[in-house]
Design a protein around this ligand. Structure first.
Ligand SMILES: [Zn+2]
Length: 347
């Protein structure tokens, strides 16, 4: 049975749809972007690189949970940790303003409970280890505020390692001794490692020094479109072997195609290489991406579900791609018990 977009939207009421990465918090902090207000959907263009996510459109798309990625400039001396806290403040304020609409979530149970109450679940992630400012001391505080993953690299080398491309990129540079310390502290606090943006050497170094299920929150795959930003099949298999998940980005320049079908190509390639327990969604909405045609904003998510269904994927597999695999990783890397004893907002 193939789902049309209306059936697909109805399916979203039954299953948890989760997106692993949107940069909306930075917009909220910098420009006062109001998450509670519905913003106009614009046609994909070089001008339409932000304003893809808000509460009315998360609801329209049937999205149960949105991970907000907190990115910072690569200059720790300018206060990267402070910038992350400001972005967390922005989400806190949005939740205070619309408590019946949105709530923090840390676990799969939190996401499911929020959905049952009719709320969107907000989850946090950091993009770029410069936010740690060369010390592991801040990780626990970030975790207490709702950060569930830390992406070790962004577009510049930092104290942890080197990016796949960008300032300080070096294919021979792996994880630094400080990076190993960071991975251990993430493990202790129950924060998931995000391997998006890190170079290949660092990618495998992290897997060698950790036991947790990793995420790659927003990426494409080289098996469909060779690109420095994408993961090759060996990397996909390594994430799968560790019980992790890989979110496919909605950015044509990494996908190699500008429509919904390009996203489907990358998701189905992951299934072919390492099985149905790995693929996930990582839009990178509001992150300077020009979205594919048909996925112009978060309200368009049912179009993707319908397109995947048209490829013959059964509902059981759709459920995993749309959010089930991410919920499993949240369960595999639970916030440590002392954090669970202090729910978000109670710290
Ligand atoms: Zn990114």
């Amino acid at each position: 049975m193939t789902l049309d977009p209306i059936d697909a939207r109805a399916l979203h009421d039954e299953v948890c749809v989760l997106d692993l990465h949107a940069d909306t918090a930075k917009l909220m902090d910098r420009t006062g972007y109001d998450l509670a207000v519905e913003h106009e959907r614009r046609l994909p263009s070089f001008l339409n690189y932000a304003g893809h996510v808000d509460l009315p459109r998360l609801r329209a798309g049937g999205v149960a949970g949105q991970f907000f990625g907190f990115w910072t400039v690569p200059y720790p001396e300018r206060g990267c940790a402070h910038s992350v806290h400001r972005q967390l403040d922005a989400i806190d304020r949005a939740i205070e303003a619309s408590p019946r609409e949105i709530t923090w979530a840390l676990t799969s149970a939190d996401v499911r409970a929020a959905k049952a109450r009719g709320q969107v679940a907000a989850l946090g992630g950091i993009e770029g280890g410069q936010a740690l400012e060369s010390s592991i001391d801040g990780i626990e505080g970030f975790a207490r505020r709702g950060v569930r993953y830390v992406g070790l690299l962004h577009f510049s080398a930092n104290a942890i390692g080197a990016p796949a491309k960008g300032r300080g990129a070096d294919p021979d540079r792996g994880l630094s001794p400080f990076g190993i310390e960071v991975v251990r502290e993430l493990e202790r606090t129950g924060v998931i490692v995000d391997l998006a943006h890190i170079n290949r050497r660092g990618f495998f170094d992290v897997l060698e020094h950790s036991t947790m299920a990793p995420l790659v929150t927003h990426t494409g795959v080289t098996g469909v479109h060779p690109h420095w930003r994408n993961l090759d099949d060996d990397q996909l298999r390594a994430v799968g072997a560790r019980g992790g998940a890989v979110g496919i980005i909605f950015a044509p320049r990494f996908l190699g195609g500008a429509g919904v079908e390009a996203v489907c190509d990358h998701l189905t390639h992951i299934i072919k290489v390492c099985g149905e327990d790995v693929p996930a969604l990582g839009s990178d909405f509001d992150g300077f991406v020009i979205p594919p045609v048909g996925l112009e904003d978060v309200a368009c998510m049912p179009n993707l579900t319908a397109a995947l269904s048209a490829r013959g994927l059964p509902v059981r597999v759709l459920e995993k791609i749309l959010g089930g695999n991410v919920l499993r990783v949240l369960d595999e890397v639970p916030p440590t018990s002392w954090l669970a004893a202090h729910p978000v907002g109670d710290a």
